[in-house]
Design a protein around this ligand. Structure first.
Ligand SMILES: Nc1nc2c(c(=O)[nH]1)N[C@H]1C(S)=C(S)[C@@H](COP(=O)(O)OP(=O)(O)OC[C@H]3O[C@@H](n4cnc5c(N)ncnc54)[C@H](O)[C@@H]3O)O[C@H]1N2
Ligand code: MOO
Length: 398
């Protein structure tokens, strides 16, 4: 079976995600909306700033009144939060950053360029052009102006923008409810003693935190028993789940009870991806519920989650721009990828270049903890120190 190229896998997943989008929306307090995805465009309801105001601490003037070296009487003092009266011709106003400009004034000079004479008059060192240090009304927003399109993921900046427009609530898509399960007889939860042949379950914590960061509601199904009857029971009792996300048991092992049960009442495609790490992956439905199976090796779980599951999940919640950004960065090492799988190496940032973690085995989770992100090495390619390759920082991926 030929390997499925990563881009093709993404295309298929996003096509499904478009069809499987959650359509329900809800209004949530802006204070609780971090990570949610806008269901409606965010439209300004007011003019921002509401009035022209000063960009500096200084003196508001009519530019025609300014003669360098000549005193101008200071006729009023305007603090932010006050509405001033008109500026008397032939005078200036003491003004502070953010304070409304008095009617008649058309420029502000910052106080560093102004001296006060013995009578307390302002003496400007130079002529000022109209508009200097003025923030015009509406420079940020006008009523009806589109501020953020639907499908935008709300972070601190977007929510601050909503706050600046006076919004207390935002319309967002319903969270995706994702059930996470691990498979593997060897797995034990931290806190339990390890018996021979056992290891601690790390993928459960990895996936739960990744999903929470994406704004999903996580349902923890723990670790699946190695008993088809109990798996059947557990899966059939699931209700209201938008995605079943598993790790482990997707390769060619004999103990793939999960796959067996899923196939009985669903459709599961087994993918072999041209991706390293992260070759095996399953995707399908169980009783109409979308299902995604990630490979069990911890770094393979991470890489397939960030490159495939993450864009799929975000698109299901209505986000448009779901692909992570990458940046060309020079290598500090020579590397060769003679294979047919596109490789994503764990690399760290060192003096503007990328250094690789020595052990790139997909079972070494510490390599990803050490790394700053993933380096994309095209299949059948070789590269020298200084060559530029695409770098995906974890800040883009997680
Ligand atoms: N004959 C072949 N064997 C394997 C192939 C193959 O193509 N042919 N592919 C290898 C690759 S590549 C990967 S990746 C793994 C994927 O295997 P599974 O998804 O079936 O995962 P498991 O066999 O269950 O586990 C693999 C590995 O990861 C550990 N693991 C699993 N779950 C967890 C967890 N929740 N926390 C921590 N560690 C976990 C597990 O103990 C195994 O060591 O298959 C290769 N084999
Ligand atoms: O693809 Mo596996 O993920 O190489 O370890």
């Amino acid at each position: 079976m030929p390997l499925l190229p990563l881009d093709e896998a993404l295309r298929i997943l996003l096509e499904y995600a478009d069809r499987q989008q959650v359509t329900q929306t809800c209004k949530v307090p802006a204070a609780e909306a971090a990570g949610r995805i806008l269901a409606q465009p965010l439209v300004a309801g007011l003019t921002l700033p509401p009035w022209p105001n000063s960009a500096m601490d200084g003196y508001a003037v009519r530019s025609v009144d300014v003669v360098p070296g000549q005193p101008l009487p200071v006729s009023q003092k305007i603090f932010a939060g006050q509405m001033p009266g008109p500026l008397q011709p032939g005078s200036c106003a003491r003004i502070f950053t953010g304070a409304p400009l008095p009617e008649g004034a058309d420029a502000v000079e910052m106080q560093e360029n102004v001296e006060l004479d013995a009578q307390g008059n302002a003496v400007l060192a130079q002529v000022v052009k109209p508009g200097r240090f003025i923030r015009p009304a509406g420079q940020e927003a006008r009523p009806g102006q589109l501020m953020l399109p639907a499908g935008t993921r709300l972070g601190p900046v977007e929510l601050a923008l909503a706050a600046s427009l006076g919004m207390t609530q935002v319309d967002v898509r319903r969270r995706l409810r994702v059930a996470v399960l691990s498979t593997g007889d060897e797995l034990v939860e931290p806190g339990q003693p390890l018996r021979p042949g056992q290891i601690y379950n790390s993928n459960r914590i990895l996936l739960m935190h990744c999903l929470q960061r994406l704004g999903c509601e996580v349902v923890d199904l723990g670790c699946l028993p190695d008993d088809p009857q109990r798996i059947r029971q557990q899966l059939s009792s699931l209700a209201g789940i938008d995605l079943l996300l598993s790790s482990g048991g997707v390769s060619v092992g004999e103990a793939d009870y999960l796959g067996q049960v899923l196939r009985e009442e669903g459709e599961v495609s087994f993918w072999r991806l041209a991706l390293k790490p992260g070759k095996p992956k399953t995707f399908g439905t169980y009783r109409g519920m979308p299902f995604m199976g990630l490979p069990g090796n911890p770094v393979s779980t991470l890489v397939t989650f960030v490159l495939l599951a993450r864009p799929y999940i975000l698109r299901r919640m209505g986000m448009q721009d779901v692909l992570p950004r990458c940046y060309p960065v020079p290598l500090a090492f020579a590397v060769e990828n003679p294979g047919v799988r596109r490789e994503f190496m764990r690399v760290g940032w060192q003096d503007g270049r990328l250094q690789r973690y020595d052990n790139q085995c997909s079972g070494i989770l510490g390599s990803a903890a050490w790394a700053d992100g993933l380096l994309e090495i095209p299949d059948d390619s070789s590269h020298q120190p200084g060559d530029l390759l695409n770098f995906y920082p974890f800040s883009e991926l997680l």
